[in-house]
Design a protein around this ligand. Structure first.
Ligand SMILES: Nc1ncnc2c1ncn2[C@@H]1O[C@H](COP(=O)(O)OP(=O)(O)OP(=O)(O)O)[C@@H](O)[C@H]1O
Ligand SMILES: [Mg+2]
Length: 280
């Protein structure tokens, strides 16, 4: 993707409904993400994380503001042009997986290629299924898989076209620690090896600690952020092998300390503003 930034949001607002029952899900989001960056988005349930991701990925239209992907403004784009851009340049992992139950695992994974009008590349499908640990499940249907396995199919489907930007809504939410680590390694590798830009929503500080930057959403606004650089004197570590994960390695310890920092920041943000003022 060309353009200075992989993702740009300016003054993005999203309102659901009208009048007295209107919900202001996003209240003015300004954000630029560079190519090859890995961002985690955290915040309480209902703070607007999924809405943010869907507006940024062009799956939903903001009520106000602009969104640019790779320098191309998508906000006013015609639906068919936007769909084409999404299919070729964006990978999306839905919070609820969105797998088609009547298709096999392999057919689900190659779906983005089919929808983009390309011949399904079965070797590429086998490759990504292997990367998510499901090489032997290609012929199953989603209903015959566990929740965590379905989530991994959804991740394979998002990565199959090697998109410029991957948006993932709770990609490790249904996974055990070992599988979650494999998925985070995979997303990190998409960033470090292929130069992809990854934006992932998570509730888990340990998952967020893999990202370069954590954004904290609160009530439809970016309330805070935490960068991995500058949080400790470990810059060189991150740049060399950000994804390495041997328990006992420096990276492992660094990420664990960073996860503690993220958890502490979340706790401090969870204190309602009125309380914080009263305590101050
Ligand atoms: N289609 C919709 N119609 C009306 N309100 C909606 C719709 N989708 C989301 N909302 C509301 O917008 C707000 C933000 O929702 P969103 O799904 O973005 O939250 P979230 O941070 O992803 O929460 P969670 O962690 O539970 O997934 C919530 O108050 C939600 O009820
Ligand atoms: Mg959500």
């Amino acid at each position: 993707m060309s353009g200075d930034w992989a993702v740009e949001l300016h003054g993005v607002r999203k309102r659901y409904g009208r009048g007295g029952t209107a919900v202001h899900a996003l209240r003015g989001i300004d954000l630029t993400l560079r190519h090859g960056s890995h961002t985690a988005v955290m915040g309480p349930s209902g703070s607007g994380k999924s809405t943010f991701l869907q507006c940024a990925a062009g799956l939903d239209r903001p009520t106000a503001g602009t969104v640019r992907l790779g320098g191309t403004e998508i906000t006013g784009m015609k639906e068919n042009k936007l769909t084409a851009l999404r299919r070729t340049r964006i990978g999306f992992v839905f919070q609820a997986f969105n797998l088609l139950p009547s298709l096999t695992v392999e057919q689900n994974v190659v779906l983005p290629m089919r929808l983009a009008g390309h011949r399904p590349d079965r070797r590429r499908a086998a490759e990504v299924l292997d990367q998510v640990g499901l090489a032997d499940k290609a012929r199953r249907r989603p209903g015959q898989l566990s929740g965590g396995q379905q989530q991994r199919v959804a991740i394979a489907r998002a990565l199959v076209t090697r998109p410029d930007v991957v948006f993932a809504d709770e990609p490790t939410g249904a996974l055990d620690t070992t599988t979650a680590t494999e998925i985070l390694t995979l997303l990190r590798a998409a960033v470090d090896t292929h130069g992809a830009t990854v934006v992932m929503v998570t509730h888990d500080p340990a998952a967020a600690a893999w990202a370069d930057r954590v954004l904290f959403l609160s009530d439809g606004e970016i309330a805070d952020h935490l960068d991995r650089d500058g949080t400790a004197g470990h810059h060189h570590l991150d740049r060399d092998h950000p994804g390495s994960d041997h328990p006992g390695s420096d990276h492992f310890h660094f990420r664990r300390a960073h996860a503690d920092r993220i958890a502490a920041r979340m706790t401090s943000l969870a204190v309602p503003r009125a309380h914080a003022k009263a305590a101050a």
